[in-house]
Design a protein around this ligand. Structure first.
Ligand code: NI
Length: 157
């Protein structure tokens, strides 16, 4: 396992649409392990492959329950609404207020390329939407209501 370099805003890869994964390979298995390590090292709750420079539809998430691997994820259903602060490892030191669905249901493949359904509310729903946006070249900063703030200022509130 190894830490990967996290790409930051301004890097073109963060604006590109990522490609579907058609088969599991040792390289992708290694990528998944490295993405978890990189995410945990930075205290993140989610990371998408384009953020480490790989244009593939792969996301890892850990909102405190179980680690989740999503390959080729598709949002099937959303409902409700939540507004709260959001950050991103590709936009270091910043947070902004974003409105997201409060519930999301996602279809994906797991690391064994078997179909899974993941349902989340609250933080997990926010995380699912945020990470899947990365696969379509979208950053939360375009959804921010008001200003992008310094992360420390928000914590002090
Ligand atoms: Ni992000």
């Amino acid at each position: 396992m190894a830490l990967r370099n996290v790409r930051v805003r301004g890097d073109e890869i963060l604006t590109k649409t990522a490609k579907e994964i058609t088969e599991m390979t040792p390289r992708i298995q290694e990528l998944i392990e490295d993405m978890f390590e990189t995410m945990y090292e930075s205290d993140g709750v989610g990371l998408a492959a384009p953020q480490v420079g790989i244009r593939k539809r792969l996301v890892v998430i850990d909102c405190g329950d179980d680690p989740i691997v999503l390959i080729n994820p598709v949002i099937l259903e959303t409902s409700g609404e939540q507004t709260g602060y959001e950050g991103c490892l590709s936009v270091p030191g910043k947070v902004g207020q974003v409105t997201r669905p409060n519930y999301a249901k996602v279809k994906a493949l797991d690391e064994n390329m078997e179909e899974i359904i993941v349902e989340g509310e609250g933080l997990l729903a926010r995380c699912l939407c945020h990470e899947i946006d990365h696969l379509d070249g979208k950053l939360y900063v375009d959804l921010v209501e008001g200003d992008l703030l310094d992360a420390e200022a928000e914590v002090e509130e």
